[in-house]
Unconditional design. Structure first.
Length: 258
């Protein structure tokens, strides 16, 4: 039996109200971890942008707690300059110091291609997908104490190298992968590991039947991914078994976009 040594550790998962984030929260809870389920708290939505991340996060936290695990739902708008500090303060107050940070929250909007790019649209992508993870990692590092070995797992995409039609999203995820490597080098001496997973096509509700079938045909392993496929990889990178792994981007995509 493998002991991940995650039992009793505090895990903060951003963007965990559904999809991959909720699956990651459940996977850590199954390992005995205390889980903070972050969700997007809307203040002001930009004109023409519809936010879909409302609060089933409370339902996720309640379901985890029903399994006799410590779990809480914590709101934050990651675009706000002090969101990282306030989020860490809340989690520490409710569950204790953060041992594992999973930067899963992401912003994606359309149209997002050449000829339709806007300053505001690009800014929103980078604020959530690159700047917020950097500030959250910095907050984790600033609270590091001797004897603890916290780690970070960032969630990118296997299309980060080139994502036509998704310029803001794809390039902000490429920045997240560069951040992963830089943070691993800068924070290694402090005992903080930083890695990333790069999911391929995963069904989180956005694929209709035609898209689902087409995506399955282009994946070498012959099927579309499920949130649990990504969650298991995230748990591995945070586990004791990955204790000498840092600065890596692990593609979890069934061989898609190699």
């Amino acid at each position: 039996m493998v002991d991940t040594k995650l039992a009793g550790r505090t895990v903060l998962v951003t963007g965990a109200s559904g999809g991959i984030g909720a699956a990651v929260a459940r996977a850590f809870s199954a390992e005995g971890a205390r889980v903070a389920v972050h969700y997007f708290s809307e203040r002001t939505a930009p004109p023409g942008v519809t936010w879909e991340h409302v609060t089933p996060a409370a339902d996720v936290a309640e379901a985890l707690a029903a399994g006799l695990r410590d779990a809480v739902a914590v709101p934050a708008d990651l675009r706000e300059p002090d969101a990282a500090r306030r989020l860490f303060d809340a989690v520490e107050r409710l569950l204790g110091p953060v041992d594992v940070l999973v930067n899963n929250a992401a912003h994606c909007e359309t149209p997002d291609t050449f000829g339709a790019l806007t300053t505001d649209g690009l800014r929103r992508h980078y604020e959530v997908n690159a700047i917020a993870p950097a500030l959250l990692i910095s907050e984790l590092a600033s609270r590091q104490r001797d004897g603890r070995e916290p780690c970070v797992v960032n969630v990118s995409t296997d299309a980060a190298r080139a994502f036509p039609g998704q310029i803001g999203y794809g390039t902000s995820k490429a920045a997240l992968e560069a951040l992963t490597r830089a943070a691993a080098l800068d924070l290694g001496a402090a005992g903080i590991r930083v890695n990333a997973v790069a999911p391929g096509p995963v069904q989180t509700g956005w694929m209709d039947a035609e898209t689902y079938a087409r995506a399955g045909e282009i994946v070498p392993l012959g099927r579309v991914g499920e949130p649990a496929d990504i969650a298991d990889a995230v748990v591995f990178l945070a586990s004791h078994q990955a204790r000498w792994i840092t600065g890596q981007v692990l593609q979890v995509a069934g061989g898609h976009a190699l």
